[in-house]
Design a protein around this ligand. Sequence first.
Ligand code: MG
Length: 279
Amino acid sequence: MTPHPSTVDARGAGQERSPFIARWGTATDRGSVRRLNEDSLLATPPFFLVADGMGGHDAGDVASALVVDAFAPYVDQASVSELDVRAAVLGARRAIVEFFAPTGMSGGSTLTGVAVSTVGDAPALVVVNIGDSRTYRLSEGRLEQLSKDHSTVQELVDAGTLAPEEARTHPSRNVITRAISPTADSEPDVWSVPARAGDRYLACSDGLTGEISDAHILEILTVHEDPQSAASALVAAALAAEGRDNITVVVLDVLSVGPVADDPFDEIFEDTVPTVQRG
Ligand code: MG
């Protein structure tokens, strides 16, 4: 499926007003080595999420698809709460347990990204993370990794026994300590950040961050003003490296925050195609 360039007021048709206006772009590729794309993504207001499935054919792809599907009941709400996101994660885990129990197979998935939200009356984004997919924020020229990896190498970095720059090449770099799965710790990190006009968010699977550095990610996000161009360029850069894993990115731009007097985005909204990519 070809990712669609999307620009939209982040509110569903006929829904109450979104707390902010956003546009986004998505891209995914199975990479140069893997035969299957086990990543899934959801880029439909209020959710901008990436899930990286594990377990191989008929397992990892199913698991990541079940994760994004668990958010379907909330799609087209103008905003969601941290509790909604936690409830969806619980639903995802339940769906994965129910799917895999009778099969004897094991499968699981990471999850990361943001959701449109409010804190009090203030526009906000809920950030969610389980595993080693990542959510970044580009704000005023600075790229910040918002999510913290649930991984063995992150624990080594935290303990001071591994330098952060060595983490990307460490032999245990793919070992994660949390996942949405029947057997792993499935507790999500969930918190809120204020929505600010001009901020750009990136949710990505480790197929991106395993191939290119944060400095390279920053450069690409800075050069490409259009979020779809940025998303496509990020995936292209990971493929141009080695593309050893599935690569999935969602880029979300917060355009303006708060009530809008007119509706300059009506026309653009007509052209918008919400994107769901299932592994
Ligand atoms: Mg991966």
